[in-house]
Design a protein around this ligand. Sequence first.
Ligand code: OKP
Ligand code: ZN
Length: 344
Amino acid sequence: MLIFHSDDTSLRRARTELHDGALVEPFESPERVTLILEHLKALALGEIRRPPAYGLAPVLAVHEEAYVNFLATCWARWQAAGNAGEAIANIWPARTLRGDRVPEAIGGQLGYYALAADTSITAGTFDAAMASKDVALGAVSHTLATRDPSFGLCRPPGHHAASDQFGGYCFFNNAAIAAERALSAGKQRVAILDVDFHHGNGTQQIFYARDDVFFASIHGDPSVTFPYFSGYADETGVERGKGFTANYPLPPGVAVARWMGALDDALARICQSGAELLIVSLGVDTFENDPISAFCLTHADFNILGQRLASAGLPTTLLMEGGYAVADIGVNVAGVLSGFERAM
Ligand code: OKP
Ligand code: ZN
């Protein structure tokens, strides 16, 4: 399977994440990509290609221009304001405050454009996010041109990023950007299947009122896990999009057989949806030893996941999302890709 990667994804190397009340070294590190790449190379899983630069137009097909400008200038403005640490939001237009004004100062804008305090903005963040969406665009363009599967080693991840909000380690929604590219290349309908442990709230929000992208997500029950305020089973879309969102919230520690049952159901719905392309938001933080997640997939289960994804029989692009058990991340990603190839 052709693999897309850019060294520029390592330009984001944040030092701080607000986690459980402490500033810790971020779980979402550039080493994640290094380790996946090493493992895919060792197994000779496919040629590794650097994508071209696709510029800002595909980003602006998904994200608000003011949000993109905010991300592009945030770090410089944060520094110019004399702040010592990394840029982290600490105030929001919460339910009892006004949400209809964009404040002028960077501290206020951070709260306006952030959906969580876990994600800092730092020197290389914007450039890494640009590289990450280029990786996604390179991968999906290859699949669109050849119908062959592809893997985009995106990082930072994308599925929490909404049309004008960042958070959950995500800035640009790589899967949404890839889906828009497929639609503008002439596909009538695209499916996005999100198997990351966390609900893909950003992807859901972007397509919630639309019927040209079917979105399905299998994730930890939001009543007990991040992102808490999105991903419940009764969220099924609105307007034309009614019925084009499917959420499978599952309890922490859920038996793998039940997780696989949700996967089969989601894949059946995707096949019924009339999708001509499948984009997989591939998080491997469902792994049993993931430090911030609570599902129990084993190495062998990732191989089965890959096989089942291939069994949908659709042209498929897999895009990296989460996965924080870094010692095992290469094995788990390779397991999915090799399972996919075996079942094709
Ligand atoms: C990103 B992706 C735990 C807070 C949760 C956010 C998790 C973001 C996951 N103290 N932090 O979906 O893998
Ligand atoms: Zn996740």
